[in-house]
Design a protein around this ligand. Structure first.
Ligand code: ATP
Ligand code: MG
Length: 402
């Protein structure tokens, strides 16, 4: 009949429009329940029935849950469970991996329907399996139920199958996203645990070296061991800051360097009771621990030197300035002491060069690790010692590839 085929065509076009619309929303939505409910609503409307549902295979492989649906009384969607082996169309669709059509359930001899379906007066049904991506077990079944016996044409069944395929890709995409998120969270948790352990181990090392320093008798060995303990302490504090902030890969540099310098002054309190610390650090300059560690050690060496060499027994001031500067971040360390002796090694010292101590040489090497060149000079007023470094937030890649 020409009238009939025209109606069919209009219906087909409408179904295709519904599919296209669903395709768009399935790509955009991040919530599986929303996607599945929207699917039920659209297929129900397209096939002109009031009842549709998505039945999901549970992790045990044989329990089926009504995961989403429209037209069902409260207490069904999200709650109702049946068994894969029950003599019901959804189980059969999953077992045969093909569509199951039953235009009149009263005449059906392959299966019955679960009591909750019968309770809703369902008389005809069509369902298609939602097949998982390669190798995955089927996700579940997309099912449309009607309250009157009615045929389901080939076009309608094909429409549902296309729909089920789209649902399968949406499910695969969301599951992959969830898995990725879960792994990222796992990794971050592991890193945080590791961070915590590193912090504790560094604490233990500081303690061990300090014990050793107390036990040796030679003053030079004592001083050397205490210097090593302060260097490890600078790294321990870095990990402590990361741990307290619940972070694994970023920290506020000003906060860290300020606290580090304060700790050094307190540590040297006996020898340097009248030394004042002036902090002018910009907050919110965030760096990776890779950049913060060398900078922390630079501060450790500079401040230790000021306390040790700059002031004799008199009073003095040590300062740290940190802020955005042209071409990166500027770190300036200064004291108002007696200044570097003329013969003191300055500039970008390199390992192997003959220098009296280790501090100045370390500063040169550490500065290079963040891509900076140390610039030595005098503090304001032409006295004391001043060290300026400008570095990029990210450590610059090493040119020699080492
Ligand atoms: N802020 C300063 N004021 C005055 N003199 C300094 C200052 N910083 C360094 N110096 C001089 O530079 C020398 C070299 O410093 P460096 O840190 O390399 O060695 P050190 O402090 O003597 O030994 P180490 O660092 O190995 O404990 C010091 O011995 C000191 O004479
Ligand atoms: Mg030194």
């Amino acid at each position: 009949m020409p009238g009939q085929s025209e109606a069919d065509q209009t219906q087909l076009l409408e179904q295709q429009r519904v599919l296209a619309r669903f395709g768009e929303s399935a790509l955009a939505l991040e919530n599986l329940d929303q996607i599945l409910t929207e699917a039920c609503r659209l297929v129900g409307t397209a096939l002109g029935t009031e009842l549709a549902k998505v039945v999901e295979v549970q992790a045990d492989g044989h329990t089926l849950l009504v995961r989403a649906g429209i037209g069902w009384r409260p207490g069904i969607v999200g709650h109702m469970r049946t068994e894969l082996d029950d003599p019901a169309p959804e189980g059969l669709a999953l077992r045969t991996k093909g569509p199951i059509v039953s235009p009149d359930l009263d005449r059906e001899d392959r299966f019955g329907v679960p009591p909750f379906v019968a309770e809703h007066g369902v008389r005809a049904t069509v369902c298609v399996p939602i097949i998982g991506a390669d190798g995955q077990p089927p996700y579940g079944v997309l099912q449309v139920d009607a309250r009157e016996p009615r045929p389901f044409g080939e076009a309608e069944v094909d429409f549902l199958r296309t729909y089920a395929n789209m649902l399968a890709s949406a499910v695969t995409r969301l599951r992959a996203n969830t898995e990725l998120r879960r792994r990222a969270e796992d990794n971050e948790r592991l890193l945080r645990e590791l961070q915590h352990r590193v912090k504790n181990n560094l604490q233990v090392m500081v303690g061990l070296v300090e014990v050793q320093a107390r036990q040796v008798h030679a003053a030079s060995a004592k001083a050397a061991l205490r210097a090593v303990a302060r260097r490890i302490e600078a790294l321990r504090l870095l990990h402590d800051k990361l741990h307290l902030a619940g972070e694994v890969d970023r920290l506020d540099l000003g906060d860290y360097l300020g606290q580090l310098a304060g700790g050094l002054l307190r540590f040297h309190e006996g020898e340097a009771a009248r030394i004042q610390l002036i902090l002018e650090v910009e907050r919110g300059i965030v760096t990776s621990p890779d950049a913060a560690a060398p900078l922390g050690l630079v501060v450790n060496e500079f401040v230790t030197n000021s306390l040790k060499h700059a002031f004799g027994t008199g009073p003095g001031t040590v300062g740290i300035r940190l802020g955005q500067a042209a071409g990166g971040v500027g770190l300036e360390l200064w004291d108002d002491g007696q200044g570097l002796p003329a013969e003191a090694p300055r500039g970008a010292m390199t390992a192997g060069q003959d220098t009296p101590g280790t501090g100045m040489r370390m500063i040169g090497n550490l500065a290079r690790q963040v891509g900076a060149v140390p610039v030595w000079g005098m503090s304001e007023g032409g006295r004391g010692t001043r060290l300026a470094l400008t570095f990029y937030r990210q450590p610059s890649p090493r040119l020699d590839g080492t």
